[in-house]
Design a protein around this ligand. Structure first.
Ligand SMILES: C[S@@+](CC[C@H](N)C(=O)[O-])C[C@H]1O[C@@H](n2cnc3c(N)ncnc32)[C@H](O)[C@@H]1O
Length: 425
């Protein structure tokens, strides 16, 4: 049976920390509002990995998401490989950790001079000129107290775009998503920034689009993730939406690009956009000194659904949208077709996925650290049994995370985060 160590997030500051950083600790420049982000417990995870596997030189962040664990590992001087199956995540990882930054000063200059505003209504985007003016009037009315929220709701319903009208000339968001996940001006900005990025080298484009994706997770017209957008169904929500939609994306991107210039490059970093099996096949790191950190989805809903819009930002491919036969129209969330389905979110496949992860890591001589939770598809006992059958020795650490109801009795959303440490016997 695994040994269990229980800690709480409140105790984190008292934990012994590895302060032997080789490069200065700097805030991650491209943060994402991301479900399942391990940012809050990254220090704890890396401390436990260091204690269990003191010879570690390379950390593979196999399902890296927003990159919080790769960031913490890099800050401690480890070599990193960061992989994720979702294209939007890879854009952020490549931009933050991997690509050369030579072009950054020029790119920053373009944003500082208001480059996106200058080309906002170029080409087919000019068809939104009128709608943009109306949106700006609502923004002004909102702050002057002269706001008719029902008129705004009518405007949103009337000006919500049609993907059939996209021309393919940098008007994807202006055609697909106005007044849904983003406002009119914001959709125009996204397309203008894409037009600019298309003229850059692959490294330059990676940084601009990575910064754009990071920004969009904070400005989107949603509550948390991007599976659905908010509608102006009440005065309060309508006012809220107008405020969100008045947020300037160009400025958000600029501040992230500036932060990138201050962010130290890891000693060694490679990023991949693969399923975990192909990633493990590709990774070329030394046995015994390499730890694979895996943080798979814990639940049945897929990241490709929560963040489909970000994949469309990453791919910019004018996708077909899913159709709701019952409503006889495009699905309300305007999802892209052909979204990635992760085996970790499928009850029928999750056990096989863990077995494969453990077997491939064992074959390559890598130790494994695995995050999972007590609310997930498989129990801790089941994971332990699978790992032991592959030949690993299993140690189990855990930490209680309070998601809401601070200071009250155990809230429904409280979760125990597990960290399985699998070593070669
Ligand atoms: C819980 S999140 C990771 C969060 C991350 N540790 C962080 O701090 O942001 C799970 C991630 O696994 C990725 N994923 C799901 N299935 C995968 C697969 N088969 N191969 C690689 N990555 C996968 C998802 O795209 C998602 O980003």
């Amino acid at each position: 049976m695994p040994t269990a160590t229980q800690r709480t997030a409140e105790n984190l500051s008292r934990l012994p920390r590895n302060d032997d950083f080789l490069i200065p600790r700097t805030a991650f420049p491209l943060p994402m509002q991301y479900m399942g982000s391990k940012q809050r417990i990254a220090g704890w995870i890396l401390d436990e990995i260091a204690a269990a596997f003191p010879a570690t030189e390379t950390l593979v962040d196999l399902m890296s998401g927003s990159g919080s664990i790769a960031n913490e590992a890099a800050a401690r001087g480890l070599a990193i490989w960061a992989n994720d199956i979702q294209p939007y995540s890879h854009r952020v990882l490549a931009a933050a950790f991997e690509v050369p930054r030579g072009e950054l000063p020029e790119i920053i200059e373009w944003f500082e001079s208001g480059g996106a505003q200058a080309i906002l209504l170029d080409g087919p985007r000019s068809s939104l000129r009128e709608a943009l003016l109306v949106e700006q009037e609502f923004v002004a009315a909102q702050s002057s107290g002269d706001f008719d929220w029902q008129k705004y709701a009518e405007f949103c319903a009337a000006e919500s775009g049609s993907h059939h009208e996209a021309t393919g000339r940098f008007d994807l968001f202006s055609a697909y998503y106005p007044n849904t996940y983003f406002g009119i001006g914001q959709c125009l900005e996204i397309d203008a920034i894409q037009e600019m990025a298309a003229k850059l080298s692959p490294a330059g484009a990676q940084m601009v689009i990575g910064a754009l994706i990071s920004s969009l997770t904070f400005v989107a017209s949603t509550t948390t993730h991007l599976a659905q957008y908010l509608k102006p169904g009440s005065e309060k929500t309508a006012r809220n939406l107008v405020l969100r939609r008045s947020m300037n994306i160009e400025r958000e991107v600029l501040s992230r690009l500036r932060a990138l210039t201050r962010y130290p490059r890891p000693s060694f970093a490679r990023t991949l956009n693969l399923g975990f099996q192909d990633a493990l096949d590709t990774i070329d790191a030394a046995p015994k000194t390499t730890v694979v950190y895996a943080d798979p989805p814990y639940f049945k809903e897929h990241y490709s659904r929560y963040y489909h819009v970000l994949d469309t930002v990453a791919l910019y491919d004018y996708p077909s949208l899913t159709f709701n036969d019952r409503l006889n129209q495009v699905t309300v969330g305007r999802y892209r077709e052909g979204r990635i389905v992760s085996a970790f979110g499928l009850r029928s496949k999750v056990e096989g996925a863990f077995r494969e992860l453990f077997e491939m890591s064992m074959a390559k001589g890598y130790e494994v650290a695995l995050s999972y939770a007590n609310t997930s598809l498989l129990s801790a006992e089941r994971i332990t049994t699978i790992a032991e059958a592959v030949g690993f020795t299993v140690e189990l650490k855990s930490i209680d995370l309070r998601h809401s109801g601070q200071g009250q009795a155990k809230a429904k959303s409280d979760v125990t985060e597990y960290l399985f440490l699998l070593s070669h016997a």
